[in-house]
Write a protein that binds this ligand. Structure first.
Ligand SMILES: Cc1cc2nc3c(=O)[nH]c(=O)nc-3n(C[C@H](O)[C@H](O)[C@H](O)COP(=O)(O)O)c2cc1C
Length: 194
């Protein structure tokens, strides 16, 4: 698959098999993230690669507990609203039971923190697609990065005191084989050529 095809056919995968991701593929994907550009060549992204099922379960439980305490208002962002409502119901697993969750953090006082994490995640998602692995951007840990229990858990995983999570990515083999590559027509993303 050439680079353009890998970009164009990348879609979010939200159903994963429990098959582990091979170490060489995982390392290649992380390298794709590490080789993303960064503001001023800062290179302050911190990739926390979670494969331990107990830790994945703990993060899901803590996130569900945190979301279940929140209330939905008319201003609540639609995806956050979904997380809150599903958490109140119970059984909510924000990372879709993917065997790998790559948490991307950066320094909280750095102006390009979110941008640097975003370009790294996109690089990793394209690399994953090229390697026949499914991926999905996961925002829940970013929303909860200041939650006391989640922050403590992240600290125990290696997050530094001055770091916060700006993105994360589920990764694994799709439940039904190949990753989701169904074309999604563009309805926005306007282009103005001058
Ligand atoms: C900033 C950002 C946050 C997102 N957060 C989530 C998320 O928390 N959970 C999820 O399932 N998908 C999330 N997505 C994936 C989008 O829903 C998805 O990219 C969009 O619907 C287009 O579909 P596609 O990725 O299959 O092309 C996020 C994407 C971006 C760029």
């Amino acid at each position: 698959m050439d680079t353009f095809d890998a970009i164009i056919t990348r879609r979010s995968t939200r159903g994963y098999s429990s098959a582990p991701v091979e170490r060489d593929k995982l390392e290649k994907i992380i390298e794709a993230g590490r080789f993303a550009p960064s503001g001023g060549n800062n290179q302050t992204n911190h990739f926390i690669v979670v494969q331990n099922p107990d830790v994945l379960q703990k993060l899901a439980t803590l996130a569900q507990e945190a979301f279940a305490k929140m209330e939905v208002t008319p201003e609540t962002y639609s995806s956050l609203k979904t997380s809150i409502l599903l958490s109140k119901k119970g059984g909510y697993v924000f990372h879709y039971n993917a065997p790998v969750l790559i948490i991307v953090a950066n320094q909280k006082n750095y102006g390009n923190n979110m941008a640097d994490c975003a370009v790294a995640v996109e690089n990793m998602m394209i690399a994953a697609n090229e390697l026949d692995l499914g991926s999905c951007w996961i925002n829940q840990i970013h929303w909860l990065t200041e939650d006391e229990k989640i922050f403590a858990c992240l600290r125990s995983l290696g997050l530094k005191e001055n770091e916060r999570v700006y993105a994360s990515m589920a990764l694994g083999y799709a439940k039904d084989g190949k990753p989701n590559r169904k074309p999604l027509p563009r309805k926005g993303n306007e282009v103005t050529y001058v």
